[in-house]
Design a protein around this ligand. Structure first.
Ligand SMILES: [Zn+2]
Length: 205
């Protein structure tokens, strides 16, 4: 296969990108400067070498000193460790950070599709449970906030997580809450503005 077809195929694997858009990306690269292309290729290469997935919250982070496998948020002693904000994806965290949230996060890695027969395959529910147990045993976890999108798949995922976490929340004595009003139907956390998130956070229940 030639590089044009190979790259087109590679772009088609990106989320939300179809064959037509993939071809447009390749056309764009064909017309761009050689330095732009080599810088891009270099950055892609560095993604593997200079980044890691935080062992506590699973978000991707840039290596920055020895933080024992933890990202800058999880390694920060000033964060409120008793509140855990569960999000779908890394990009949600940037927005929640802007809303002024000071607790910790957990990245599910997606949502559960409505027709999924094995929900556990689509999200890191098991890892979340393990994390809760660990935090619970240290008696620090007071609340888990389910910060899922106001979409049908987000609702579905919230239901599954609530069923999974409820027995634990009773046993370990932490509150299980969801974002309140403010997030309009259909809206994803990634695109919500920080003020909206802040108000959804303050009206959580
Ligand atoms: Zn982390």
């Amino acid at each position: 296969m030639n590089p044009i077809d190979r790259l087109t195929e590679a772009f088609e694997k990106f989320p939300g990108i179809g064959p037509r858009q993939a071809r447009r990306f390749v056309q764009f690269l064909l017309h761009s400067q050689g330095t732009y292309r080599s810088n891009l290729a270099e950055d892609i290469k560095k993604l593997g070498a200079n980044t890691f997935q935080c062992k506590a919250c699973y978000r991707w982070s840039t290596k920055n000193g020895d933080t024992k496998g933890l990202c800058s948020i999880c390694a920060n002693p000033r964060r409120e460790k008793s509140v855990l904000f569960v999000v779908e994806k890394d990009a949600d965290i940037d927005n929640v950070e802007k809303s002024g949230f000071k607790g910790l996060y957990f990245v599910l890695g997606g949502v559960v599709p409505l027709a999924a027969e094995e929900p556990a395959k689509h999200i890191r529910a098991k890892q979340l449970v393990v994390r809760d147990e660990r935090d619970g045993s240290e008696l620090v976890l007071n609340e888990v906030i389910l910060g899922l999108s106001a979409t049908s798949e987000g609702d579905h995922t919230r239901q599954i997580l609530t069923e999974t976490l409820r027995p634990m929340s009773e046993g370990l004595n932490f509150k299980l809450t969801s974002l309140g009003r403010g997030l309009s139907t259909g809206s994803e956390l990634e695109y919500a503005d920080p003020d909206t998130i802040a108000s959804a956070l303050s009206s959580r229940n």
